[in-house]
Design a protein around this ligand. Structure first.
Ligand code: FE2
Ligand code: FE2
Length: 170
């Protein structure tokens, strides 16, 4: 059972997760347009992860006898001029999502909803990973600077990322 307050915020979270996917697909388009297929692949996988996160909230709400809602998603803002800008934007976005997850966890804790606390714990840990992934790429890009061979090596590394479904079952 979910309170209306928690359910409403979780329904908003479905939208935020899908919007994250939308944002990363827009970033993928920029990387593809400058022929960095590895970066594009990394962001494509990131989009798949975000869609899976949205699905987890959708399933959890339904399982908790609530009703999941699908809201519209806004067009991602931002015209990209560099990879650094893409990943800084992504890192800031993940920090926003972390705040959202903490808000949900705060409400679940306040309401002593242990099922929701347990479910959200996975997302708390996941956000540590998400922020660290984006920041890691930013740091590598800063090291690379305008070294083209370094950039191509990183592109090759990011080309190897494959989608792994979430390790949580609802
Ligand atoms: Fe997410
Ligand atoms: Fe994310």
């Amino acid at each position: 059972m979910l309170s209306k307050r928690l359910m409403d915020e979780m329904n908003l979270q479905i939208m935020y997760e899908l919007a994250s996917g939308h944002l990363y697909t827009a970033m993928e388009a920029y990387c593809a347009s400058v022929n960095l297929e590895g970066f594009a692949n990394w962001l494509k996988v990131q989009t798949e992860e975000e869609r899976a996160h949205g699905r987890l909230f959708f399933d959890f709400i339904n399982k908790m006898n609530g009703e999941a809602k699908i809201y519209g998603i806004e067009e991602p803002q931002g015209k990209y001029q560099s990879l650094l800008q893409v990943f800084q934007n992504g890192y800031e976005h993940e920090q926003f999502v972390t705040d959202r997850i903490y808000l949900l966890a705060d409400i679940a804790t306040e309401e002593k909803n242990h099922a929701a606390i347990s479910f959200l714990k996975w997302f708390v840990d996941e956000q540590v990973e998400e922020e660290s992934n984006f920041l890691g790429i930013i740091k590598k890009l800063e090291l690379i600077g305008d070294n083209t061979s370094g950039l191509y090596m990183l592109d090759k590394e990011l080309a190897a990322r494959v989608y792994v479904p979430p390790t949580i079952a609802v």
